[in-house]
Design a binder for this molecule. Structure first.
Ligand code: FAD
Length: 320
């Protein structure tokens, strides 16, 4: 069999790219576009083909107009209906499926956020296709699945959010099947903090089981985070032991972070924790056990007792 010439190969790639079309699920909250959800747009652009965005909720037209200025989007589809405000997957999934079918998309991308993780497996099940989770790179349009459409969640820390300005997408209303929602929204309890948001912070200070109690965690970790202008994170062991709020968990079953600096104390470096922070630019750790696996990934490590070293470090930073 003869090999295709380079020109023929390039023309085949160009044809595939023309046929690709991605619907990126954009997140909004109370009329504000969530910029970290734009990582899906960047991932779709890296794949090639046309990229559309979808938004739903009440008074969402103005958010759609804002999203239309995002660089790289050709069209924004919006669904004006307050039933979609809370991001419940039970009514979002059938609505998304209708819009995917309507637009004939080859790919559907959403962030690997709590919302995306809740929604996309249901969309995949309704469309009888496999779901591809938490991708960190675009290798080709069908690396992990030959199904169509491909229902994919995107790791936010692996793709930059892209430019919020520079685009001029068309804006049009999408299909609203108004599917009944068996789930009722009761209430939400959001931890309020003046510190940077964990998922996007440039610096993160995390504490683990080595802190021994909630009192010690609160006494040592937030002051060090504040001295560095950092967000607070925690290991699952710290969260499960009640030292820190669930929303602060870093790792495989928590948040993925990739800050400039990840400083952790009393964390051993279990593989599930590393999964959520190993892409950090500089990893620093304090641990009394010099053989703890965290030292294998750390750029800077201090073997010592955190009850002594953390207050010392906080004091030095504050006196600078
Ligand atoms: P430990 O492993 O107990 O480590 C405590 C460390 O503190 C030790 O290294 C010790 O030397 C050090 N230490 C103790 N006292 C001091 C002191 N005085 N000074 C200095 N150092 C001290 N974990 C996550 O973090 N995130 C996840 O998302 C996650 N998801 C998981 C998903 C699954 C399916 C499973 C099975 C596990 C998951 N885990 C996750 C749990 C993970 O396997 C570990 O159990 C957990 O990360 C351990 O937390 P830790 O490092 O705080 O505690």
């Amino acid at each position: 069999q003869t090999q295709p010439t380079p020109v023929a190969r390039l023309s085949r790639i160009a044809t595939i790219q023309r046929l690709l079309s991605t619907l990126a699920v954009l997140e909004q909250r109370e009329g504000k576009l969530n910029h970290s959800s734009l990582a899906s747009v960047t991932a779709a652009q890296r794949m090639g083909g046309s990229v559309h965005g979808i938004l739903a909720g009440s008074n969402v037209k103005s958010v759609a107009d804002e999203a239309a200025r995002v660089d790289g989007l050709e069209k924004i589809i919006y669904i004006e209906n307050s039933d979609y405000d809370k991001g419940l997957p039970e009514n979002w999934a059938p609505m998304l499926v209708e819009n995917v079918k309507n637009g004939g998309y080859t790919h559907v991308f959403a962030g690997h956020s709590a919302f995306g993780k809740n929604l996309m497996p249901r969309v995949a099940a309704l469309m009888d296709v496999q779901q591809v989770s938490d991708i960190t790179q675009i290798v080709s349009e069908d690396t992990f699945s030959s199904d169509s459409p491909k229902i994919v969640t995107i790791r936010g820390t692996a793709f930059p959010s892209g430019a919020a300005e520079g685009g001029s997408a068309s804006v049009e209303e999408g299909v609203d099947p108004k599917a009944p929602c068996p789930t009722e929204w009761v209430s939400e309890n959001l931890a309020k903090s003046d510190r940077p948001e964990l998922g996007t912070a440039a610096r993160v200070v995390s504490g683990g089981r080595g802190l021994k109690s909630k009192e010690e965690f609160d006494r040592l970790i937030p002051p060090l985070a504040d001295a560095l202008g950092a967000a607070v994170g925690a290991s699952r062991a710290a969260v499960d032991s009640g030292f820190a709020d669930n929303s602060l968990q870093v790792g495989q079953t928590g948040k993925n972070v990739a800050p400039q600096l990840y400083l952790c104390a009393g964390i051993s470096g279990a593989i599930q924790h590393l999964a959520g922070m190993k892409d950090s630019k500089v990893i620093a750790c304090i641990n009394k056990d010099g053989d703890a696996p965290i030292f294998q990934v750390a750029d800077v490590g201090l073997v010592g007792d955190l009850f002594e070293k953390v207050p010392e470090l906080t004091e030095k930073l504050n006196s600078q």
